[in-house]
Structure formats: structure tokens, C-alpha cells
Design a protein around this ligand. Sequence first.
Ligand SMILES: NC(=O)c1ccc[n+]([C@@H]2O[C@H](COP(=O)([O-])OP(=O)(O)OC[C@H]3O[C@@H](n4cnc5c(N)ncnc54)[C@H](OP(=O)(O)O)[C@@H]3O)[C@@H](O)[C@H]2O)c1
Length: 435
Amino acid sequence: MVSSANHRWIITGCNGNLGKALCLLLGRRGLPVAGFCRPGRDVTTLVSAGVPCHTYDEFAGVVGDGDVVVHCAGRTGTQGSWSEFEKTNVDFSVELSQLVASRGASAFVYVSSIAALGYANRSGQDTLVEDDLPVLGRGESYGKSKHLAERRLAELCGSGSMRLVVLRPGLVYGSSGGDEPRVERPPPVLDPRQRVPLVHVSNFADAVVLSAEVAGPVATYNVVDEEQPCLSDLNRLKHELGRLTGLPRKVSRGRFAAAYCARALVKKLLGRPTPARGTLDAVLRFHGRRSLYTTMALREATGWRPLVSLVAGWEQMAGCALRPSGWKPAAPRRVGLWWSGERLADAALARVASNGGPVEIIAEARTSEAVLEAQRRRHFDCWVVLADVADDLLRAIRAMAWGCRDVCIVHTTEQQKAGLLGTKIPGVALRFGDS
Ligand SMILES: NC(=O)c1ccc[n+]([C@@H]2O[C@H](COP(=O)([O-])OP(=O)(O)OC[C@H]3O[C@@H](n4cnc5c(N)ncnc54)[C@H](OP(=O)(O)O)[C@@H]3O)[C@@H](O)[C@H]2O)c1
């Protein structure tokens, strides 16, 4: 579905999880790809897939006019001091971007993270947009370094001819192919209502390719999938698909912290690297995060839609299909209601929006402009549309569907239904509810 261009796609950190997957996925789409990593790293899968791999000392000789550099290399996780995070995620990224600009590259795609906004929950705000101020607490060195890198890169690239695209993926999952399905033991859970903003690697690859074409000096986009499940729903899905041996147990904050400290002590005794000061605070914040993220900026600028859904992505990971009766999210569906004249009763709404499951109506709108505006600021699981809202229902649904996969239309006439049934809107599961 993505556009292709004649330039090359240069991927740094090509031996890492994401870098390797991007090399393979972009290569399979027929795009010319080259990978970069440090010397002595294992790149056999890439080389046998026909992806040329180089080390960073060859960078200036390989990168050239019009290339797009996707900077995936980075220090991740919670281990390490601030200066280690700063050196890799800020200094190295800035140096590389300057080198890339001097070689005439057309775009530098910086793979940041939603961690750049911080994982603290904001009171009164459930959804984060790109230009929200970060709230980064003690121990969030990873997020802080990502945010600082974004700022430094924007200062440098804003005035030059090379475009800067900052992508902030959620937790990337999914396989680029060939992996054996893994079965895991259920980890202890601190907060079952923790939100897990995932992005399937193939959806992320689409975002990389589409966003590199965006005009303008600097652009920043959140990249998360449509469904942003809470942890208990995600674990039930994984269990249903045989990826977890059982359902996780909820533990108290004290027990969670004690287990974390015990693991750190064991590492210390074994002479392994231990977490820096303040990391426990950051870990507790991470395991209690409840924010959701909008992706309207990316969708509007590039036409991106996450084509691999949560269920399809995990079925692919598990190598099997979900039983039809298998899994339904228990968390309330966040529903938008678009109506003009008669408003449906809440019970009827609940039925059409989630087959009787819990529903939370988070916005009501009476015009397509109001629907779009709502979607820019909040995350919706489903929109319920009363068919009398617009003369041109299909056009209206197309516009609305930029923000939401699940669109349920009620009160349709037979003629409207026949018209809509024959139409495919990419990335949208159109449903008809009864009236
Ligand atoms: N995976 C996710 O869920 C996710 C989510 C959000 C953002 N991201 C971002 O995506 C990028 C890739 O993540 P990943 O999950 O693929 O991580 P990963 O598997 O740990 O790979 C990290 C890559 O960065 C390289 N790297 C680390 N330190 C380096 C240094 N000092 N100099 C040069 N290269 C260095 C590693 O090379 P070595 O093997 O030589 O150390 C490796 O190639 C990171 O920037 C991360 O912040 C990932």
C-alpha cells in the first residue's frame, strides 16, 4: 500500500530487533535498503536476504544524495547511567544527522518513542497528543534522552534542506517472518488497567515509508495501533492464543517493588550491570501507565492507517487463529456518537458498540468537523453513527474513519446499506447495528 521512491533506505541499528525487521520488511516491498551496525554484529539473516550491511565507519562513503536514513540504533530499557543514554541517544544521533545532512540525504527519520512524553499519568487527561509537554520523572533516562534528542535534532534540521521526521512508536511487536511462536509464563501484574499502546511492526514500517515523504522541515508523529488494550485484556488474548501458560496474578506495589529489588541484588552479586538510582520509580510508573495516544497527525499528513489489527497481529505471532467465541475486551469501549436528530438510548448504543459489553461514551458530535476535532484530541475504540447524519454518508464515514477502525452505522435505509456494503474503506471495519 505504501509509496515507493527511487532513493535508498538506510537503516541504522540493523542488527537490533526493530532495525532488522525494517530492513527485511522494506526489502520485501522492493525498496532498496542498506543496513548499518557496529563491527562484529550478527547480520547473517540480512545478508542472506540480500540486504547489504555496513559498519558506521563506512557511513560517509555509502550514504548519498536523496537517501532516507532511518535512525533505529539507540540505547533502550532501564539499565545504564544518564551519561550512557545521553551519549548514544542524543550525541550519536546528532552527529549522525549532521553527517547525513552533509551527504545530501533527503530525510532523517529519527525513531524516538512514546517514552519521550513520560509515563506519568496526567490528571484529567487520558490521551496524549504530539505537542503535549513531557512529564518525565526520576529514573526515566530513556524517555529523557529521547526527548532531548528530538529537541536537538529539530534545532539542527529545522533550517537545512534535509527533512526531519520524528516517529514515536509505542511498544513494537510482531514478526518480520520465520520466528517460532513462543510460549511465556505469565508475569506478575501491578495494574491490570495499565494501557499497552502497541504497534505492529508492519504498521510501523508503513509509517516509516509514508512519513519520509512528508513535506516540511520537521514533523513529529505518535505511531500506535488502533486498539490500545489494557494489560488484562491483552493477557487474556495472549492466553487464549496459547502464548501465555496461564493468566497473570495481580501483586501489590510493595511486592512488585520487592521482587524488582531482589532481582537487582542477584544481578549485583553475579557482577552483572545493575539499574541506576531512581530506576524503580520509573519502572513503577511504567507499569501503572494509563495514557492513550492519538495518531491523527500521522493519519492526516500521510494517509497512514494501521492495517494489521490487534487480533490479527497476535494470531500471526501465535501461528493460530482465535476461536470465534474466544476473546472480547472487558475494558469499556470508548465510543463516540455522531448523531443529528434523534439520539439512541444508551442501552441500544451499548448493544451496537460492543455486543452488550461495557461502553463509555466519551464524545458526541453533530458535524463531521466536530468528529475530526474530537479524534485529534482523544482515542476512540468505536464510533456509532446514526445514518441520518449526512446526505453523503459514505464521504462522511471516510473522513471520520481517519481516526477509528470500528465504525458502526445504525438506522440505515436499505438503499444506504446496499451502497455501503459494496464499498471498501481501507483500514475500516464497517458494521451495521440494528435500530
Ligand atoms: N522495540 C520497541 O518496542 C521500541 C519502541 C519504541 C522505540 N523503539 C526505538 O527503536 C530503536 C530500536 O529498538 P530495538 O527494540 O530494536 O532495540 P535493540 O534490539 O536493543 O537494538 C538496539 C540497536 O541499537 C544499537 N546500539 C545500541 N547502543 C549503541 C551505540 N552506543 N552505538 C551504536 N549503536 C548502538 C544496537 O547495536 P549493538 O548490538 O551494537 O549494541 C542495536 O543495533 C531504539 O532507538 C528504540 O528506542 C523501540
